[in-house]
Design a protein around this ligand. Structure first.
Ligand SMILES: Nc1nc2c(ncn2[C@@H]2O[C@H](COP(=O)(O)OP(=O)(O)O)[C@@H](O)[C@H]2O)c(=O)[nH]1
Ligand SMILES: [Mg+2]
Length: 328
């Protein structure tokens, strides 16, 4: 996509079409698009300030998309400009979730101050799109002062999204008894806020019980930052109950983290982690692109004729014995 040259002339604040094109470039898997994508992200980062970055995760069907629609509309009413990056790896399997998310966030997507982007199927890795971090930066250059990343809870994805946002919100659907809906302890420990969804109608009583269960569980957990004691609350995206309070709570956590310096600490760690992810990507790319004997080595390792360790060392050594091709 040569339409976006170096610099980010298209990424004018509020230009949704330019942002959509920029994200498409950044998500492109064609190696020839990478240099332009990298320049675009660099200039976007240079010319913008970080938004309030919110990660929202939870099991499939917990009500993430529906809540983001309700919360997003409230945030817009508060005068913010919002971008939503929805990453749903289950859509690779069902093929239907992206359509579902689009229809679910339709009132949000229609408002001119909002940008909603479901990541296409097949671009996710461990539940988070490979380029989500770069897309967050693009959204900030577009002028979003609130960026929400929705990701379905499938093991590593919560950890990944918590590792690229300021405030991590974990959603839990109402459940019976003391069942915590299979949310893992390590994931609970990342949560700054736990939100029990669907607190309305027939589900209201179960939702309140689930709140009590999670409050008890949260008290026993290690805290991620001493400044934030995770709270548990109930909301209904259908009635709107608890939505305004949830936004206040998110902003409260953000303000507390900022005041104590913990926010800058999180972001600093995230930048370093990002660098190492890029190193791993660049290495893997270089190793596979040298092409030499990759298939043969894979076959040898598969057959047990070569240990995985020796195979890896051979590939890395070969990659660096070859001068790098342009582009990386
Ligand atoms: N009663 C009720 N149902 C809800 C609420 N939020 C979501 N749902 C329903 O729960 C299902 C899953 O919602 P969705 O937002 O797609 O969940 P996601 O997979 O976590 O994004 C849908 O059928 C929604 O209509 C709510 O606040 N109240
Ligand atoms: Mg969803």
């Amino acid at each position: 996509m040569a339409a976006v040259p170096d610099g980010a002339p298209g990424l004018a604040p509020g230009d949704r079409r330019a942002l959509a094109k920029a994200i498409t470039l950044v998500e492109s898997t064609r190696p020839s698009d990478r240099p332009a994508a990298r320049r675009l992200v660099a200039s976007a980062a240079a010319g913008s300030s970080p938004a309030v970055r919110i990660g929202i995760s939870g099991p499939p069907g917990a009500g993430k998309s529906t809540l983001i629609e309700a919360l997003g509309n409230h945030i817009l009413d508060m005068g913010h400009r919002i971008a939503v990056l929805a990453v749903d790896p289950t859509s690779t399997v069902t093929g239907g979730s992206i359509l579902g998310d689009k229809t679910r966030m339709v009132t949000l997507a229609r408002r001119p101050e909002a940008f909603v982007r479901p990541s296409p199927a097949g671009t996710t890795l461990g539940g988070v799109a490979r380029r989500t971090r770069e897309c967050i930066v693009l959204c900030e250059a577009y002028g979003a002062d609130v960026v929400i990343v929705e990701t379905v809870g499938v093991g590593q994805s919560e950890v990944a999204v918590a590792g690229m946002t300021d405030v991590f919100v974990l959603l839990a659907p109402p459940g019976g008894g003391d069942d915590l809906q299979g949310i893992k302890r390590g994931v609970m420990e990342l949560a700054d806020l736990v939100v029990v969804t669907k607190c309305d109608g027939d589900l209201a009583a179960a939702a309140q019980r689930t709140v009590a269960d999670h409050r008890a569980a949260v008290r026993l957990l290690a805290r991620r930052d001493l400044d934030v004691m995770p709270t548990v609350r109930a909301v209904s995206a259908v009635t709107g109950e608890g939505i305004a309070e949830l936004w206040q709570a998110v902003m409260g956590v953000h303000a507390a983290l900022e005041a104590s310096g913990a926010l800058e600490g999180r972001r600093a760690r995230q930048r370093v982690a990002w660098m190492w992810d890029e190193v791993r990507d660049a290495l893997a790319e270089r190793v596979t692109r040298t092409g030499a004997d990759v298939a043969v080595l894979e076959a040898d390792v598969a057959a047990g004729d070569l240990t995985p360790q020796d195979g890896a060392m051979r590939l890395v050594r070969d990659a660096f014995a070859t001068p790098p091709a342009s582009g990386t």
